[in-house]
Design a binder for this molecule. Structure first.
Ligand SMILES: [Zn+2]
Ligand SMILES: [Zn+2]
Length: 390
């Protein structure tokens, strides 16, 4: 049995992909040109995380290569019970179609319960046009310019209908509409959410999903102009993990992550943003700088949030850019004294407490991980048990 699926190994996350942004970070940037020896892992896959509890798998986001990375991690598609989308930026959804279409071949039987796909609903209104625009841009798909999760899944299935209907009618394969059930997350009316006027009101976390091994709660975070944008928390009998989604520092996130065993937070290198766009005078570059500062979090800020939340361990992922030197992310240790982990693809990170019947060494209770040394490659199902703080 591979370690990723060992039901005695305790709850864990497997970082299927840790890069953020609608990019492939496989080309050296100015750091390497400058001879920076810390550059590593320049080919990170897109953002996607597997929360593994006993033999059940829950995906958070579906960035590029998610389906391939799931296989590399030794996590069977047939064990996936849910897919939770933090928001509908394409770096979080681009390979959802692989799960829906290729995934059918890994789920030959229609499951007793369809695989839940949960994410934001229809935005309901286009975002405001940037004040830097000199000509009003024309939106795509004007008949339905802001589809939510359920509509996106319908559209992806429809886009592959020629293939799917061949297989359903001739090959008697299951239909994706029987295997998956997509649902828009319903935001409680009382919080006063509005996509443009009030996209991230102060609120208490609310439950969106529950089964026999996990309860998933959500909150609104701050990632304008996209809305809604969620963070998720998975509580199990043996511990909890909280995933920030994309956000600038958020009070709702601190509330959601209160005393969590592991906080997985996004991080951006704002110095890279400045190097990339700072000298440019054109409005597109200025709008990009605006976006990053109002929508993302630095490593130092992520450490502050983890400390305020009382998180027992902090993992940084959704690293932007995906090829920034490791030392930039390690600055989170300036503001967070607990175990810090800088994620690489296919790391397997236990959270919470050892299962009562676990074999010795299968896991350990107490603060979990730190892996503060750069590494060139990830390894499927690798568990890291060093307990040195960085
Ligand atoms: Zn993102
Ligand atoms: Zn985003």
């Amino acid at each position: 049995m591979n370690s990723a699926m060992n039901p005695l190994a305790g709850p864990r996350v497997v970082t299927l992909g840790v890069a953020g942004g609608p990019r492939i970070w496989n080309s050296p940037d100015t750091w390497e040109a400058a001879g920076n020896s810390e550059l590593h892992d320049a080919r990170r896959a897109g953002i996607a995380t597997a929360v593994v509890v006993a033999d059940q798998v829950y995906l958070v986001d579906a960035g590029h290569s998610v389906f391939t990375q799931l296989a590399r991690a030794g996590l069977p598609m047939s064990n996936v019970r849910g897919v939770f989308l933090t928001h509908l930026h394409s770096d979080h959804t681009i390979d959802l179609n692989n799960l829906l279409v290729f995934g059918l071949f890994e789920t030959p039987q229609v499951p007793c319960e369809p695989i839940a796909i949960m994410g934001p609903g229809d935005r309901g209104a286009l975002p405001p046009i940037s004040p830097r625009a000199t000509v009003a841009p024309i939106p795509v798909a004007a008949h339905r310019p802001t589809p939510g999760t359920a509509a996106m899944v319908d559209a992806l299935i429809a886009a592959h209908a020629t293939d799917l209907n061949d297989r359903i009618l001739d090959g008697l394969r299951p239909s994706p509409t029987d295997v998956f059930r997509a649902t828009d997350i319903s935001i409680p009316d009382a919080v006063g959410y509005h996509p443009n006027d009030n996209p991230s009101p102060d609120m208490e976390p609310f439950e969106i999903y529950r089964d026999d091994v996990v309860t998933v709660t959500a909150t609104l975070v701050v990632h304008p102009p996209i809305a809604p944008a969620f963070a998720f928390r998975f509580d199990t009998a043996h511990g909890s993990v909280t995933v920030s989604g994309d956000t600038r520092p958020s009070e709702n996130l601190v509330r959601l992550a209160r005393d969590t065993d592991l906080l997985m937070h996004e991080a951006i290198d704002f110095e890279w943003v400045q190097r990339l766009y700072g000298d440019s005078t054109d409005d597109t570059a200025k709008a990009s700088i605006d976006h990053h500062h109002k929508s993302h979090t630095s490593a130092v800020q992520a450490g502050e949030l983890a400390t305020r939340a009382g998180a027992r361990a902090l993992l940084l992922h959704h690293l932007v850019p995906g090829n920034t030197p490791h030392s930039v992310w390690c600055r989170a240790s300036e503001t967070f004294a607990g175990p810090l982990h800088i994620a690489r693809d296919l790391d397997s990170i236990p959270f919470g407490h050892v299962y009562p019947d676990a074999e010795p060494g299968a896991n350990h209770s107490g603060p979990i991980i730190t892996a503060d040394q750069p590494s060139q490659t990830g390894a499927a199902g690798r568990a890291l048990f060093q307990e040195t703080n960085s």
